[in-house]
Structure formats: C-alpha cells, structure tokens
Design a protein around this ligand. Structure first.
Ligand code: PLP
Length: 377
C-alpha cells in the first residue's frame, strides 16, 4: 500500500525529470554549462548585513525560541519601511508578521483562509506555490490566465473567489502593473468578496520607469501582502520575509504559524533590520547589475531574431520559442546545442507554453558567451 497522502500523490507531475537528467549527465561529462535556469541571485549578501548577523549570532538572548510573530524591532522596522517606501501605515503589533522566507507564508496562507472546496484564483503562468498551497488546504485552484497580448496582466473574472493571488513585478513573465490596476483589483475584490494576496517579492527590482507600488496603498481593507529580503538583498539562503495587511488576515496566518513553527532566528531578524534600514546604495547597484545583464541578453537575442520580451523589472527574461518548438523542446535544444540552461515556462502552468525563462543570475560576460553560443545553434 502506498503510504503517501493523496495531496502529495496528486501534485502535478514534475515535467523536467528528463531535462534534469540530461543536465546532470552533461555536467558529469565535463560540459561547461551556463546556468540561467534558477531565480537565485549569484551575488553575495551585502557585507554590512553579514556583519550584523555575525555580531547578533553571539548574543545568548537570541539562542532561545524566537517570538512567534517576529521581534518587535523587526516588525517596527517593516512598518517604517512600508510607510517610507509606499506611504502605507501599519500597526507593527497587529498588521505585520515575520516569515521564514515569504514562500513559507505564501504556502501557509490558504491553511488560514481556505476551507475545503473554496476557490483560489492562481495566475497561469505563476509561482507554483500559490497552487500547491491551495491544494494542501483542500482548496480548488482556478486559473487566472496571464496573456502576452494583455501584457501578462489578468482580466478580472465576473465571479470572485475566496482568494486571488497577484504578483507584480511578476515571476516568470517580468510584467509590472500600475497603481490603477491595483485600484480596479481592490474595487473588484470588494464587490465580489474576494481577498487579495499580493506577492511583492520583486518590489525593489524595477530598473526602469516608475518603482513598484504596493497593493496595500489602495486595498489595505481587502488584502494581505508578502515581502521578501531574498531578491532585494541577495538573501535567499537566510529565509526571512514578512506578511502585512488587514489585521484579521495577518492574525489568521499567525495562528497557522504558531502551530507549525517558532519564527525566524532572531539574529537573522537583526541582520534583516540592518538590511532594510541600511544604505540603499547596495540595492541601486544590484539594479544596475541586472539592467546591464538584461541588455546583454535581450540585445543579443533580438539581434539573432529571437522574439524576446525586454523586461523593466525582476531578473527574468521571457523568450518565445521558435515556431514549431514547444517550451520543453526549445529548452532541450538550448541545453544540448548551446550548453545554456533555461527554464521551460510551461513549468509555471499551461499558460507558459511557448516560452522559456532565462534568469539573469550569471555575470554579464557569461551572458554574452551564452548569446554567442546560441548564435551558433
Ligand atoms: C523568489 C520568490 C519569492 C521569495 O521567496 P522567499 O521564500 O522569500 O525566498 C516569492 N515569490 C516569488 C514569485 C518568487 O519568485
């Protein structure tokens, strides 16, 4: 008898086993792969943040169980940041909770809000955790299509749901929205009785045009928002983020968390405070780095005649597959023919078919080299 629960057995099939096998075999055979596959920054965490952790790690007070909801100093820092950056005023005691990386909170939110059978609108293509978290809670995933002809911004359906996920700047499409979209979304949420969950992991990664806005600027009465230090400060390994927004939604998520974890290591929260309150120059430099890489990849691929969508945010670049090739087949061709690793966008949902996603997580010289190799395909 299979000991594994239905919720695990019924997870969508993993599409890339064959690609992964090829990649591993090629690496083992000594191939020099240029990996633009994963959205994990290659740059180190800024030194002042590492120094803050080093110092905090020695404090015995931090060696004990953390407060479930996060240190007050961390939540106050978050509240100050949200006001300074977005003009959003939050009560650090009722409207902010620390997360062990925003993925943790995103996965747990449905357990807090969704009853079995409730519908959750999940962007397609989209970050897979929205759908898996929904399924784990017994919710029903309803697709919210993101289409290229609409700039990958969803049409709001007539019928609401228990919860809708939005994520702008977006992974994997790199699309952004204006405050006007959030205004429409908030109005729609009020009239349909839907709760909005906004994933703002890439809020500081806009390198052209207007900075990203927060849904809470116009929808604090119907929403909760997820923030992360992972991409902004190259801290994916540290596991720290926060959720903020309407007090009852934050409280419900906190109730889940008090039952499954005990909050992030307080020394990491201390380092996160140093990051959020520190000199923002490191964030500006990070944006410069990604802009240069974006230009190298997009200019290169455009010159080769590829239909690449030039992003103004995130570190992702979506490229349409040449005609006749599917998402997985084009990825395999890039891997085998050019030794370049990309991600088939169909892995983010059926709506990603026809595209591959490049992550700008290699030095610009390596990205130029990847373009040269693709040119010889
Ligand atoms: C990277 C990413 C996150 C951040 O995850 P952490 O758990 O905070 O590291 C959240 N949402 C999306 C869409 C992402 O791409």
């Amino acid at each position: 008898m299979d000991p594994v629960a239905r919720r695990i057995r019924e997870l969508p099939p993993y599409l890339f086993a064959e690609l992964d096998r090829k990649k591993k075999a090629m690496r083992a055979a000594g191939a020099d792969l240029i990996d633009l596959g994963i959205g994990d920054p290659d740059l180190p965490t800024p030194p002042h943040v590492v120094a803050a952790l080093r110092e905090a790690a020695g404090k015995a007070a931090y060696h004990r169980y953390p407060a479930y909801e996060g240190m007050r100093a961390f939540r106050e820092t978050v509240a100050r940041f949200m006001e300074r950056r977005f003009g959003v005023r939050l009560d650090p005691d009722r409207e902010v909770v620390a997360l062990i990386g925003s993925k943790e909170g995103i996965a747990h939110l449905p357990l807090a809000l969704v009853d079995p059978g409730d519908e959750v609108l999940c962007p397609d293509p989209g970050y897979p955790v929205y759908a898996s978290g929904t399924r784990f809670a017994g919710g029903v995933v309803r697709s919210l299509p993101l289409r290229r002809e609409d700039g990958f911004v969803p049409d709001l359906p007539d019928k609401g749901a228990k919860l809708v996920w939005v994520n702008f700047p977006n992974n994997p499409t790199a699309a952004t929205v204006t405050l006007d979209f959030y205004r429409r979304l908030a109005g729609w949420a009020r009239s349909t009785g839907t709760i909005v969950a906004s994933d703002l992991a890439y809020s500081e990664m806009v390198f052209e045009g207007e900075p990203a806005r927060s849904f809470l600027e116009v929808g604090a009465d119907v929403g909760i928002e997820f923030h992360s230090l992972s991409k902004t400060f190259n801290m994916t390994g540290w596991r720290i983020g926060w959720a903020c927004g309407r007090a009852d939604l934050v409280a419900a998520l906190s109730s889940v968390k008090t039952n499954v974890d005990s909050g992030p290591f307080e020394a990491v929260q201390e380092a996160a405070i140093a990051a959020i309150d520190g000199d923002p120059a490191c964030v500006a430099r990070m944006r410069d780095v990604y802009r240069e890489r974006r230009d190298a990849l997009c200019d290169g691929l455009l010159a080769l005649g590829h239909d690449v969508i030039r992003p103004r945010a995130t570190f992702y670049v979506l490229c349409a597959c040449p005609s006749g090739l599917g998402s997985v087949a084009f990825t395999a061709r890039l891997l085998e023919g050019a030794h370049v690793v990309a991600t088939p966008a169909v892995g983010f949902g059926a709506g990603g078919e026809g595209f591959v996603r490049f992550a700008l997580t290699q030095p610009v010289e390596r990205i130029r080299q990847a373009v040269e190799r693709i040119a010889r395909l």
